[in-house]
Design a protein around this ligand. Structure first.
Ligand code: XCC
Ligand code: SF4
Length: 632
């Protein structure tokens, strides 16, 4: 790694230098070896859907293959590849949601998993017409869970949670046949329609992708969020710290990494177990220090203030500190590289999900029925590993930042109530937020979400974009690895007001919030959807009319493709910092970045430069304000 220009995070630089000295590779080394990416793949023009191929076509070069062997055109190949990515993302988020619903289904008063937010459960029961009177709360929970589980495979009708959108949006979806059916069915339909010799119409394929994506945001992801809140509590604002400096030299360091809170919640309990704490002392540690990476970190920081060790691109670096006793993972966004890497240090790499076994890792299956016992066993392994730490190899960067996290829609409302409407008559609505947007004190709101991707300087895309937006009085809500970038950069501390424009700074002061709000993990983008839906209802307009925009500056996963698509299909313009593999088809690019607007009222923008993207987002916000006749 000669050029050290791959991250704006000082811990990242420092640890990559350490890795180099120790002869250890990181994602940036592997990226370099990869050289130029395959041009066909990058443009979406490689099809390996059947064994007559793979077919790689060059429609623009004017020579070589113009069509696949079956006759599939560039438009068809690109669209099929894109919607398969959507199906992949939808499957991943939704299977997570399903798992959480299963956990609620087995929750018991005297079990490992209990109900933490009865109010939310009861309101969901009411919404789904589950009887609540004179019933045991656990019976209600089990029936609500069953209703949710049926959303995955029901033979008729569309999804119940779609009822949450304002009338105007329902109409858009009705008119354009965009309402998805059962969640699993949407995935199956895409896999079927993209099989060799099935759907060969790019427009129709993209339409299918848009419809399916709604089953993610307003289906599987939303179930994930709702049920996690019911089981583990709806987040409220709390303090935490972020970046690799949260690791402690004299403690057993355990990192939870992955996505589903069912595992991490139990680890949170296990590290507080007096016997295990005693054991930690016996092995010479001062305590057990738990921190998280990726969305698991977001889940446990939102609900317990567990510290954030870092985001996606930092998972290897955590191990390279030499100070981590165990990395405990479940599903998604886990580098297979952690397996050989952890062998170069003393770190135990523990997989726990039957869905994500990784060769070379220690697999301790996390059994939900015996959840706490499994969690304790896993933590014990970590403690016993403390003695194997090689002090010579330890280097923990000092950098960390304070952050306030925990902004669920409910907590945003109660925060607004606290100050704006004083203590007389709490409204429990977003009205104060709608009012400051109407008045122009805030110009609008932006959701900045998504991953890290070595095609973008680590965290640069997120941070520069967020700073530009808040400087211009656009409040930022964020989830996923983008949220962790913000926490690390200090944008979630109260002091971050100094980066905000005058209007936003005033609101932050009045309402006592940072200018960038952590709303959770990636499934929690469903919280952002609900926020926008309620805001639209408040102003009695369609969601697409609001001065609200979305962005994924450093996205990389199929999940992100599904997210971007459901955000656009929900009427919110979305900026991507990395081009998706669709540029091989002018028609598909035109559908996504232009024609979509006539159908759903929003479209994609592709803009790698965060300053330009911010400018475009602000312009779009101002256009929407003008159309609504809001103050200039
Ligand atoms: Fe994964 Fe959810 Fe992306 Fe981060 S933001 S890299 S998908 S952890 Ni979801
Ligand atoms: Fe080639 Fe068509 Fe088969 Fe794809 S489906 S590999 S384009 S023959």
């Amino acid at each position: 790694m000669e050029e050290k220009n791959f991250s704006i995070d000082p811990t990242t630089e420092a640890l990559v230098i350490k890795a180099e000295k120790e002869g250890i590779e990181t994602l940036w080394d592997r990226k370099k070896i990869m050289k130029t990416p395959c041009g066909f793949g990058e443009e979406g023009l490689c099809c390996r859907i059947c064994a007559m191929g793979p077919c790689r076509i060059s429609p623009t070069a004017g020579k070589g293959a113009q069509k696949g062997i079956c006759g599939a055109t560039a438009d068809v190949i690109v669209a099929r590849n894109l919607v398969r990515m959507i199906a992949g993302g939808l499957a991943t988020h939704s299977d997570h949601g399903r798992d959480i619903a299963h956990v609620l289904h087995m929750a018991k008063r005297d079990g490992n998993y209990k109900i933490a937010d009865e109010k939310k459960l009861l309101s969901l029961a009411k919404e789904w017409e589950v009887a609540t009177e004179n019933r045991d709360i656990y019976d209600i929970a089990h029936e609500v869970a069953e209703v949710a589980l049926n959303e995955f495979g029901k033979p008729f009708g569309s999804l119940r949670l779609l009822e949450r959108v304002p009338e105007q949006r329902k109409q858009v979806w009705d008119e354009n046949k965009l309402k998805p059916g059962a969640i699993d069915k949407e995935i199956v339909t895409i896999m079927h329609s993209t099989h060799i010799g099935c759907c060969a119409d790019a427009k129709d394929l993209v339409h299918k992708g848009m419809r399916a994506s709604l089953a993610d945001g307003w289906g599987g992801s939303m179930i994930g969020t709702e049920f996690s809140d019911i089981l583990f509590g709806s987040p409220v604002p709390r303090e935490t710290e972020a970046n690799l400096g949260v690791l402690e030299e004299d403690q057993v360091n355990i990192i939870v990494h992955g996505h589903e809170p069912s595992l991490s919640e139990m680890i949170v309990l296990a590290v507080e177990d007096p016997e295990l704490l005693q054991l930690a002392k016996e092995v010479g540690a001062k305590g057990i220090n738990l921190s998280g990476m990726c969305c698991t970190a977001n889940e446990v920081t939102m609900r317990h203030g567990v510290k954030i060790a870092g985001n996606f691109a930092q998972q290897e670096l955590a191990v390279i500190t030499g100070a981590v006793e165990a990395v405990i993972v479940d599903v998604q966004c886990i580098f297979p590289a952690l397996s050989p890497l952890t062998k170069c240090y003393h770190t135990k790499f523990i997989t726990t999900s039957p869905k994500a076994k990784i060769s070379g890792a220690t697999h301790i299956e996390f059994e939900e029925e015996k959840a706490l016992a499994s969690a304790k066993q896993i933590v014990k392994e970590a403690i016993l590993n403390f003695k194997n730490r090689d002090k010579e190899k330890v280097f923990i960067p000092k950098t960390k930042s304070p952050a306030i996290v925990g902004y669920s829609v409910e907590s945003i409302k109660s925060q607004l109530d606290k100050v704006v409407n004083s203590h007389i008559d709490p409204m429990g609505t977003l009205k104060p937020l709608a009012d400051v947007i109407k008045a122009g004190v805030l110009r609008g709101a932006a959701g900045v979400v998504g991953c890290n991707n070595p095609k973008v300087k680590h965290d640069y895309g997120h941070i520069e974009l967020m700073k530009e937006l808040i400087k211009n009085d656009v409040i930022v809500v964020t989830t996923g690895c983008a949220a962790q970038a913000a926490a690390k950069a200090g944008l979630m501390s109260k002091e971050a007001r100094k980066f905000a424009g005058k209007g936003l700074a005033t609101v932050c002061e009045l309402v006592d919030i940072p200018p960038v709000l952590h709303m959770g993990s990636c499934v929690d983008i469903s919280r952002i959807l609900m926020l926008v839906a309620e805001l639209a209802e408040m102003l009695d307009v369609d969601m697409s009319a609001l001065p609200v925009v979305g962005a994924a500056p450093e996205w990389m996963s199929e999940k992100a493709v599904s997210i971007g698509t459901y955000v656009v299909t929900s009427g919110i313009d979305t900026w991507l910092g990395v081009a998706p593999p669709v540029t091989g088809s002018a028609a598909v690019v035109d559908l996504l970045t232009n024609k979509a607007e006539a159908v759903v009222g929003a479209r994609f923008y592709i803009e790698p430069d965060p300053y330009k993207a911010a400018q475009q987002m602000i312009e779009r916000i101002e256009e929407k304000r003008e159309a609504l006749g809001l103050s200039l």
